[in-house]
Ligand binder design. Structure first.
Ligand code: PD2
Ligand code: ZN
Length: 289
């Protein structure tokens, strides 16, 4: 009996259906008399999130249906007063649209025109071709699906960034130190961000290293710093929702588990004329330090 099995995702990736290879691997380990805990350790060593490994082993070994993952606590505005305007750190923010599943809100006037201009002005000289997370290694790569330029501010880097972070924390009831630094993106004509999920995919080997700093992403706030001449909407294909990019407005959505059934697939439609500038704040489960 092999007491210390190892699991390689290479086999899974070459399979027609990746999960088939993983299930087959579990079956083989069971046939060889390997204990559940050893399989769990091998899967987590290969980059699986502990909860995902537990669910998989339960599914294959017990024939159980995957238990619904325990939802995690997420950020979000307090809409209980059903008011069209929310107060956040002394700033009045409009509520244009609110959806329950996923929790999604379109805010108006989250940023003033001066704040949008200040962010663009500070970001412009620091723009570089956008990178996205290379999910298998946790490193970064230029992604052909994302034809834009971007930069990150440090948290609290300047007075405007700090003021916005405090406003966002008050609006979404989530501590400033659980947020990543603001990312600013500029899209030129034709540039787009193809549909994706913002959480880190638990099935990818690189995710473990991403989760070490702050845990999972649990919510996204995309803030529009200008109004493009044409195009550049944020689209939610699972919801049939298109959010029009308007300077100072923002779209917020949360995901209490890193799974497609959160219905948070979203993308940036191609800019048809002019430029599109956004600032994105991603919120984490834990302190992001
Ligand atoms: O620019 C957008 O509309 C957009 C679309 C999808 C931004 C993001 N994702 C993001 O910053 O995560
Ligand atoms: Zn996104």
């Amino acid at each position: 009996m092999d007491e210390s099995p190892s699991f390689s995702t290479d086999g899974a990736r070459s399979d027609a259906h990746p999960s088939d290879a993983v299930r087959r691997w579990v079956d083989e380990q069971r046939a060889a008399g390997v204990q559940r805990a050893a399989m769990h350790a091998a899967l987590t060593a290969a980059g699986w999130e502990a909860a995902a490994a537990t669910a998989l082993l339960g599914h294959v070994l017990d024939g159980a249906h995957e238990p619904p993952p325990a939802p995690t606590r997420v950020p979000g505005p307090d809409l209980s007063g059903a008011l069209p305007v929310l107060q956040a750190a002394g700033h009045a923010v409009g509520v244009q649209i609110a959806i329950d599943r996923p929790p999604l809100v379109v805010f108006s006037q989250l940023l003033s025109a001066d704040e949008c201009a200040a962010l663009i002005g500070a970001a412009r000289p620091r723009l570089a071709r956008s990178l996205t997370v290379q999910t298998q290694t946790g490193g970064e790569e230029i992604n052909a699906d994302r034809t834009s330029e971007g930069m990150f501010f440090q948290r609290g880097e300047n007075a405007v960034v700090q003021r916005l972070e405090e406003r966002i924390a008050a609006l979404l009831h989530w501590p400033v130190d659980h947020g990543e630094g603001l990312q600013v993106l500029r899209y030129g004509p034709g540039a787009q961000y193809k549909p994706h999920y913002d959480y880190f995919d638990p099935q990818e080997a690189g995710t473990a290293s991403m989760l070490r700093r702050g845990g999972q992403r649990v919510a996204t706030l995309v803030m529009y710093l200008n109004t493009p001449q044409a195009g550049g909407a944020t689209v939610f294909p699972s919801l049939g929702l298109t959010v029009s990019p308007q300077r100072g407005n923002a779209v917020f959505f949360s995901y209490d588990r890193p799974r497609p059934d959160t219905r948070t697939l979203h993308g940036g439609a191609p800019v048809l004329a002019g430029e599109k500038w956004i600032a994105t704040k991603w919120l984490r489960e834990q302190k992001f330090e």
